[in-house]
Ligand binder design. Structure first.
Ligand SMILES: *[C@@H]1O[C@H](CO)[C@@H](O)[C@H](O)[C@H]1NC(C)=O
Ligand SMILES: *[C@@H]1O[C@H](CO)[C@@H](O)[C@H](O)[C@H]1NC(C)=O
Ligand SMILES: *[C@@H]1O[C@H](CO)[C@@H](O)[C@H](O)[C@H]1NC(C)=O
Ligand SMILES: *[C@@H]1O[C@H](CO)[C@@H](O)[C@H](O)[C@H]1NC(C)=O
Ligand SMILES: *[C@@H]1O[C@H](CO)[C@@H](O)[C@H](O)[C@H]1NC(C)=O
Ligand SMILES: *[C@@H]1O[C@H](CO)[C@@H](O)[C@H](O)[C@H]1NC(C)=O
Length: 462
């Protein structure tokens, strides 16, 4: 171990100093390929760069000792990785895990300063140990397609995107804060086993909240919700959605359930009628059911009520057919309908024949035109408008030829990083990327303890 060698060679330094080692890979990113790489970077306290793991990297990556990674931890497509942890890491920029088929043990109990957590395709990850307190502003959390069964640690606000989708073993989740801010989007969708979504702390939604396709969620109790200033979309098989305190919708509220939520719909409708609830909403109960609940007063499958100010059409709440309720009227209508049907059939037949004749003429005309255009003169061909496909090709070319805006940004921002990091590729054959000193003044020191290459900047801190 390098620290031991260092302390033997420079015992005096060891006596007067506590080592704080800064590491910086020359390319901005370091690829962990072997267990030895792991133990090498463990001696770094701060790591100025990003960390990635090679596709055929080690089974265990325990980064104990590192406190800060200034760049990202980005681990994707690593076939054998089972354990990833650090009992010391506090700071990283963004933390991405994607397609790690064997990862089962994930533990970062003191990680409290990061901007993004993006986890996806983690079929063996049942749980994770994460800090419950985070200091930094988190702009994105995406937990997608994992087998994680608990997100108990997710108790801190997410400023931008929170997306929890396709996690088959997740049974419960809490939204542990009182507002969804403008610009934030919370999505909880397609989690097969999810039963409880705790939304009771939410008082105001000014961004977007989307809860959809979680087949086992029966109840949503928005106990504290008063204001929807953004967009709320709820769809699923809810049996009871309640928004007792809701009194303002300046954005939009759309609730749909395959089950009976007429209680909610009529509660909202009552509030709208008495002007307690201002704003627009849609509420659909028993959506798509064969036998819609007969007790709904508005007479249909769905209840749409519009408060003030109203911008949306009110079509489905119209009283449909109530005046044709007596048997006599129905009988008369049926007799009348038979006569009308016969008449319309006769008219339709005449029209049909006429149209067929016109069609035949049209086709004949087209065939003649085609024959004429088989040998067109050059000028004639030029004057034809280009076919749709050609136009599309041209516009595509135009777009590709103008690397402005997003495309340019993407090229500059992402490509170099990806190239350097090369995660997901076998890197044993590629030349090693040694960690090199930041401070040339210290190189004599490095050389003496670091004959095999991969160390870094050493600094003394008293
Ligand atoms: C995860 O790894 C830690 C060591 O880092 C170990 O103590 C713990 O038992 C492991 N947990 C599981 C579920 O394997
Ligand atoms: C989830 O990840 C697995 C691989 O672990 C993949 O085969 C599957 O298509 C993914 N599902 C979704 C919905 O992306
Ligand atoms: C998080 O870490 C960054 C980088 O070290 C630092 O600039 C920032 O102040 C930290 N934020 C908090 C809230 O500690
Ligand atoms: C949630 O994440 C998945 C996977 O990244 C993505 O397909 C989906 O569009 C996201 N949803 C939202 C609303 O961002
Ligand atoms: C729905 O939930 C609310 C709040 O928990 C409760 O007061 C109400 O009785 C429930 N309604 C039904 C029909 O279960
Ligand atoms: C009106 O009633 C007819 C027959 O009862 C039904 O098929 C139709 O969907 C209803 N329309 C509306 C808008 O409810």
């Amino acid at each position: 171990m390098k620290l031991c060698i260092a302390s033997l060679v420079f015992p005096i330094l060891h006596l007067i100093a506590v080592y704080a080692i800064d590491c910086a890979p020359p390319s901005g990113s370091f690829t962990i390929k072997t267990a030895k790489d792991v133990s090498d970077i463990r001696s770094c306290s701060t790591f100025a760069g990003s960390l990635v793991v090679a596709a055929d990297g080690p089974v265990e990556v325990a980064l104990d000792g590192i406190k800060s990674v200034s760049g990202n931890i980005d681990i994707e497509n690593v076939a054998n990785l089972q354990l990833l942890s650090s009992q010391s890491l506090e700071i990283v920029s963004s933390f991405t895990l994607n397609n790690l088929p064997l990862l089962s043990n994930l533990s970062f109990p003191v990680l409290k300063n990061f901007t993004a957590l993006k986890w996806s395709a983690l079929p063996k990850l049942k749980g994770a140990t994460m800090a419950q307190h985070v200091d930094s502003e988190v702009t994105e959390v995406s937990i997608f397609n994992t087998t994680i069964n608990s997100l108990d640690w997710l108790t801190w606000p997410v400023g931008g995107q929170l997306n929890v989708s396709y996690n088959d073993n997740l049974e419960t989740i809490s939204i542990p804060y009182s507002t969804v801010n403008a610009g934030s989007t919370l999505t909880i969708s397609n989690n097969a086993a999810l039963q409880d979504i705790h939304v009771d702390q939410l008082g105001g939604i000014y961004g977007a909240l989307q809860i959809s396709s979680n087949p086992s969620v029966g109840k949503l109790d928005f106990k504290s919700l008063e204001t929807i200033g953004g967009y709320v979309q709820l769809s699923g098989s809810f049996k009871n959605v309640s928004m007792q305190g809701l009194n303002q919708v300046t954005g939009a509220l759309n609730v749909e359930s395959k089950n009976d939520i007429t209680a909610l719909c009529s509660d909202l409708s009552k509030k709208a009628d008495s002007s307690i609830l201002k704003g627009h909403y849609d509420c659909t109960s028993n959506q798509g059911a064969a036998n819609p609940t007969p007790t709904i007063t508005n007479g249909g499958v769905s209840v749409t009520a519009t408060g003030i100010p109203s911008t949306a059409p009110n079509s489905e709440s119209t009283d449909n057919g109530s005046k044709l309720s007596t048997g006599a009227k129905i009988g008369i209508a049926m007799a009348g309908a038979a006569v009308l049907t016969a008449f319309f059939c006769a008219v339709a037949f005449v029209l049909f024949r006429r149209r067929m004749r016109a069609k035949v003429q049209e086709i004949e005309k087209k065939v003649t035109e085609k024959r004429d255009s088989i040998a067109p003169s050059h000028s004639e061909a030029d004057s034809f408008p280009p076919p749709a496909e050609l136009k599309e090709l041209e516009s595509l070319e135009a777009r590709v030829g103008m690397p402005i805006g997003k495309q340019l940004q993407e090229l500059e921002a992402n490509s170099p990083h990806e190239l350097e990091a090369r995660h997901g590729k076998n890197e044993l054959s590629s030349p090693p990327t040694p960690l090199t000193p930041i401070s040339p003044a210290r190189s004599w020191y490095n050389d003496s303890i670091n004959s095999d290459g991969p160390l870094v900047r050493h600094e003394l801190a008293s």
